[in-house]
Design a protein around this ligand. Structure first.
Ligand SMILES: Nc1ncnc2c1ncn2[C@@H]1O[C@H](COP(=O)(O)OP(=O)(O)OP(=O)(O)O)[C@@H](O)[C@H]1O
Ligand SMILES: [Mg+2]
Length: 368
């Protein structure tokens, strides 16, 4: 059995069914990220695993121990689950110093004083807070408070660390730094991490495996970051994993034509045994190649509708027979390869990678 085994777990609040017979396995020692839109049930799942909530039905195992089973009236309390938790607001106690915040779980567990002293200072070093242990949270930056919350979650040497959007409130630079620190900590300590967030970038950067949950609390795909990004199983996963472009394509007389025009798409066609007419070719801006001259049998003609200089990148809005798409290109390449376009210029578009979706199935699956 896997380290965490969630088996057919359901949870509702009044008549709102947040999780319906959810099943999920997390391996020992891995960093597993649950990604999903706001309100889909990520925090609810963490609270169930931590033991702050009881499922309506289903079973929950941690390290082969059955910790929740409402059918059998089993519900191991949070303090006996050997879990460290950092919740969304990462609240550290404002009236306690850094030292006392981190020491708190050990005091509750009635650890001897000299052991508390030793273990807290180990944690202080681990999160690079040496010299700040007598400060109060109001005297710390957001990132430092975050590290205190992490140290507090880790001090009791949990086997499992549950992190709920722990760095969402930090600025972009600190967020980047913290996500590598979290990954580093996980490697050093070998602790199993379940990280929940709606931030795709973090999910891709730190995880061994990622699960994508939709608005109804249903897991759509589980895989490595590469699999999720490159082989999305459906349009929801595809559009959730970053800016997505969609080119309308229709089948006419066995040909696949772009937009409302008559250019046949020169790439691999979808499998289409049912003869579906309306399709959408999905791709990311980084999968688009733009040039001034056609590539025989590979490109479509378009018109630049907007050209934006974003410093390191050029951002183009291109229209192909009534459908617009976005692409970008490094500015230095644009200059050296004569690809500095202006609105109104003609261009040719080809693709490195492309995902076919039936237009009908795309409706309601796209987030933006
Ligand atoms: N105690 C509760 N009582 C009633 N409804 C709740 C309760 N806790 C959560 N919910 C509802 O359950 C749904 C899922 O909530 P949850 O907090 O798990 O979302 P989330 O995926 O963590 O979202 P976010 O990314 O915004 O944190 C929401 O619609 C929320 O309103
Ligand atoms: Mg949440």
């Amino acid at each position: 059995m896997d380290f965490i085994h969630v088996e057919g777990v359901s949870k509702a609040y009044a008549d709102h069914h947040v999780l319906n017979e959810l099943t999920l396995d997390i391996h020992k020692g891995e960093c597993f990220t649950l990604l999903g839109p706001s309100g889909c049930g990520k925090t609810v799942l963490l609270r169930l695993i931590a033991g702050f909530e009881v499922p309506d039905q289903g079973k929950l195992y941690i390290d082969e121990t059955l910790v929740s089973d409402p059918g059998e009236h089993i519900n191991v309390p949070p303090e006996n689950r050997a879990i460290g938790v950092v919740f969304q607001d990462y609240a550290v106690w404002p009236h306690m110093t850094v030292f006392d915040n981190i020491a708190y779980p050990l005091k509750i567990a009635k650890c001897p004083k000299d052991e508390i002293e030793k273990r807290v200072m180990e944690m202080v070093d681990l999160v690079a807070m040496r010299g700040l242990e007598k400060r109060f949270p109001s005297e710390l930056s957001g990132g430092q408070q975050q590290r205190v919350a992490l140290a507090r979650a880790l001090v009791a040497k949990p086997n499992l660390l549950l992190l709920d959007e722990p760095i969402a409130n930090l600025d972009a630079n600190l967020r980047e730094e913290m996500r590598f620190e979290i990954k580093e900590l996980q490697r050093k300590l070998g602790v199993t991490v379940l990280y929940v967030t709606h931030d795709q970038e973090i999910g891709l950067a730190i995880s061994d495996r990622v699960a994508i949950m939709n608005n109804e609390g249903v897991i759509q795909q589980i895989g490595t970051p590469y699999e999720i990004f490159e082989k999305p199983v459906n349009p929801f996963v595809f559009s959730f994993m970053g800016i997505a472009n969609f080119l309308n394509v229709r089948m006419e007389n066995g040909q696949y034509l772009a937009g409302t025009g008559s250019q046949a798409v020169p790439w691999e066609k979808p499998e289409n045994p049912a003869g579906v007419v309306d399709w959408v070719a999905g791709f990311r801006p980084s999968d688009v190649r733009i040039s001034r001259t056609p590539e025989a049998g590979k490109s479509l003609k378009g018109i630049i509708r907007r050209a934006n200089f974003l410093g390191a990148m050029m951002d183009y809005l291109v229209e192909i027979d009534g459908t617009t798409l976005r692409t970008n290109l490094e500015t230095h390449r644009a200059i050296s390869e004569n690809l500095l376009f202006e609105a109104g210029d003609e261009c040719y578009i080809s693709f490195l990678d492309l995902h076919w979706f039936e237009a009908e199935k795309l409706k309601g699956a796209i987030l933006e």
